[in-house]
Write a protein that binds this ligand. Structure first.
Ligand SMILES: C[S@@+](CC[C@H](N)C(=O)[O-])C[C@H]1O[C@@H](n2cnc3c(N)ncnc32)[C@H](O)[C@@H]1O
Length: 471
């Protein structure tokens, strides 16, 4: 067995310019680090460069092209990328799935976006997740722990994989953050109660895709690959009764009971048809706060992912609707969370426009409104549609009826959390709005109408010819 090294050890000396990085903690987390991770596989890996940086990779390729048909070469590629780009080491048995790193990294990137953009806290919080079916590699917890101060429960039912997963956690010195837990096939997939956990921030899974061995063999045949190798995975990893839809349906059924004990339930999916089926089921359950995305690697491999939440926080649009209309029917997607409500030619004074716009929002009966004059952006929380005429009328009536009666002191619930930003470009200025919190898309639309009118009024006087986009 290789010597024990921690993921926080310095990267190998001969690492590529992409450099391995130390375990994140919130203090050292920076936008630069995140950007580097985001861009890691935006271009396919340069194999010549990998061979220069990793003698083991060079020994495998011997100056030739990498043979993707050879399991040993594919395993070496995974090990090399983990070493050079993440400072991780991994040992894998020959008869278990060897995770393709760019694809697994895509899921982690998306998860980071999902969790970062559905919270009022700055990115980089310490979070706890469950990886359901972690495999021999324990790949998701390892990749995530390098990038963020997260902790994991990593489950599996395969005794052999559990052994290897535990070993991989130990090899990287991450035993204090990743707990590998054995489960039985009939156990709950989200073991909160069994583990005495009150709540976690997210669950993730790369479920067994296929419903039968026959379906798996057919797929391997189409891809001209041997049916069971380190590239394709073993039967236990790839096949489950009912396929991935049944597996994620089980998670959904458990989520309907656990509800907010998990902020985000997420899953990768191997087939677009599964996305359609599962989004249909989310809607049947009245779950409207969900996200759909696709992961594309090279020109061959396409995967999808879904996430859903019973909480009120809405993720950014590129996270929630991260799939191209061409490959995914538009009506699968959740409601939009971002809008440009107004666009003007450059006004005489941006400061004046900003003061008027933030003032128009500030006079509303909000729970909070924080305007950053430097950033030309602000965040607010409204207990109701406080910008609407109907609300003002109702409020007036209530005030008249309640004269002399004590008011309700209970903490109001936020009906709409929003972020407003004035975006200054070379020739024009636009006002953008982001839905952060709340369950009512109509409230967000109605607020956009208010904001558009407020922007129009704020700009009149600073410019004579405002141009407003049709909505
Ligand atoms: C496709 S593999 C994914 C392995 C790894 N997460 C990856 O992405 O490379 C699916 C994994 O789910 C595990 N699995 C199947 N049923 C399970 C269950 N009921 N609970 C937990 N894990 C399960 C399998 O043993 C297998 O390791």
């Amino acid at each position: 067995m290789a010597s024990k090294r921690k993921a926080s050890d310095p990267p190998p000396r001969n690492s590529s310019s992409a450099v391995a990085v130390a375990v994140a903690d919130s203090s050292e987390l920076s936008e630069t680090r995140d950007r580097r991770f985001r861009e890691l596989y935006s271009k396919p890996p340069d194999f010549k460069q990998l061979a220069r940086c990793d003698p083991e990779f060079a020994a495998m390729t011997k100056g030739r092209e990498l043979d993707f048909g050879d399991p040993a070469s594919v395993v070496q590629l995974t090990k090399t990328l983990l070493k050079l780009d993440f400072g991780l080491v991994m040992q894998l048995p020959q008869d278990r799935l060897c995770p393709p790193i760019p694809n697994r990294h895509n899921y982690i990137l998306w998860l980071k976006g999902l969790l970062d953009t559905s919270s009022y806290s700055p990115p980089g919080r310490s979070l706890v997740g469950i990886d359901i079916g972690t495999g021999a590699s324990c790949i998701y917890p390892l990749l995530a722990c390098v990038q963020r101060p997260w902790s994991f429960v990593a489950t599996d039912i395969d005794v052999e994989s559990l052994k290897w997963a535990t070993r991989n956690v130990e090899l990287n010195g991450l035993g204090h953050r990743i707990k590998v837990v054995g489960r039985r096939a009939e156990d709950a997939l989200i073991p909160l109660d069994d583990l005495g956990l009150d709540s976690v921030d997210f669950t993730m899974t790369n479920p067994p895709f296929y419903e039968s061995e026959h379906a798996m063999l057919q797929s391997a045949k189409r891809k001209s690959r041997p049916p069971c190798t380190a590239c394709t995975g073993s039967l236990t990893e790839m096949v489950v009764e009912g396929g991935e839809v049944a597996f994620v349906n089980r998670i959904l059924d458990e989520s309907v009971v656990l509800r907010r004990r998990v902020q985000w339930y997420t899953s990768m999916l191997g087939f677009l048809s599964s996305v359609t089926t599962l989004v249909g089921r989310l809607r049947e359950h009245g779950i409207r706060n969900y996200a759909v995305t696709e992961f594309v690697q090279g020109n061959k491999t396409r995967r999808w992912a879904v996430a859903w939440s019973f909480g009120p926080m809405r993720p950014a649009q590129d996270v929630a609707r991260g799939t191209k209309a061409a490959s995914c029917k538009l009506d699968l997607l959740p409601a939009a969370t971002e809008a440009e409500v107004a666009k003007f030619p450059m006004p005489v004074s941006i400061g004046e426009l900003a003061d008027k716009l933030s003032g128009a929002i500030g006079v509303l009966d909000l729970m909070s409104w924080d305007w950053d004059a430097q950033a030309l952006a602000g965040t607010g929380r409204a207990p109701d549609k406080v910008w609407a005429r109907a609300w003002r009328r109702r409020k007036k009536r209530e005030a008249e009826n309640a004269m002399g009666e004590g008011h309700n002191p209970s903490e109001p619930i936020c009906a709409l959390g929003f972020h407003v930003r004035i975006h200054v470009a070379l020739q024009h200025v636009s006002v953008k709005c982001r839905w952060l919190e709340g369950s009512d898309p109509i409230a967000f639309e109605s607020f956009q109408g208010f904001l558009q009118a407020a922007a129009r009024s704020a700009v009149s006087g600073t410019h004579s010819n405002p141009r407003l986009p049709g909505r």
